[in-house]
Design a protein around this ligand. Sequence first.
Ligand code: G3I
Length: 386
Amino acid sequence: MNRRTLIQRGIQLGLGTLASTALPGAHAVAASGKRGEPVATETTGKGALKAVAAARGLLLGCAVDTTLMRQDAAYQAALREQFNCVVGENCMKFGPTQPQPGTYFFDDADALVRFAEENHMKIRGHNFVWHEAKPAWLDATLTRENAASILTNHIRTVGGRYRGKVHSWDVVNEAIWLEDGRPDGLRTASPWFQTLGEQYLALAFRTAHETDPKALLTYNEYGIESDSDSESRKRAATLALLKRLKAAGVPVHALGVQSHLRAGSPASYAKGAAELTQGAQELGLKLFVTEMDVKDDSLESDNIAVRDAAVASVYSTYLDAMLQSKATHAVLTWGVSDAHTWLNRGTRFREKHPTRKQRPLLLDDADAPKPAFYAMRQSLWQASKR
Ligand code: G3I
């Protein structure tokens, strides 16, 4: 019996502490969530995240690496057991889907859609328009004269292929960057802004709505979650952008809050979450937590239990705040387990501990539930009682 199964067996028998001591290197695995309220001892079936989320009518999902989805049985099992929604980590982005001008590649995105449909999961599309994940040809080709047709052709082709299959699309990703100095906070270092100005946003959303009228069209942003001054300013600029778009009759239906957070910082989220949920409600927007993970690189301790507890605490604090409001309709993490998190690819995101693998997600590198799993599940359970 492998370690993961033994832990789960231990939990199912209500032997959480035994499970955590019975296994060499096992980490403290609480049999129930924080605050001592038992949700369930098992972590699949009625104890799975998606089951607890369903009681609140929430989408509960994660970003998917389609190579692993095709090849890794444990990865597939974790997806099926825990989540009712998937988003391609990369497979539906501009570069991967249009690697050459007018030449499209859909094998990976088609595989994701097939997997989701076979497993009765909702699909989030990510993303049509972004300043990253561009194909090599785009910057060299885009001009003021051809940018609108390149943008609309791309959205019509990719969005059209999955028309009626996608719950929501991240139409525009990360258009706010205050450091570029504009009063409206728009990111100027974007080929779309450079060629089309602010109008690229309305054009993208309008084209996406014409292409797939059923999809919920989402503006997706990061660094707008906490109460800090800088994130408060970016949040205000984001909400102001959405207000302008809605006032112009642009079809935007949701705000995606990426939620790439960090353990060990004195961050608080009460004000941030209140402004996000209030702002969304005033604009008639749904809120999606679209890419949640919690970096632990800045934590001094190398003790796994200490690090996992700090990460779990951020999941609790943040989700408790965001799930206060019924405006929050979805929670997705950016990855399935620590084994494959983007945060451990290279050392760019491991400034303090470049040789230490981060543990930002709900499942550890053997797909076993971590304290963060129980923390999220407890927050979901509490939300279902509201
Ligand atoms: O698939 C190719 C592989 O064939 C090649 O050998 C390798 C080396 O060049 O690159 C591989 O593609 C990489 C891809 O991830 C798959 O690993 C790209 O270079 C790399 O740029 C890409 O990074 C992704 C990044 O977005 C940029 O698109 C990350 O996986 C992905 O987790 C990250 O996700 C973003 C969200 O889309 C938006 N919000 C922030 C989030 C984290 O940055």
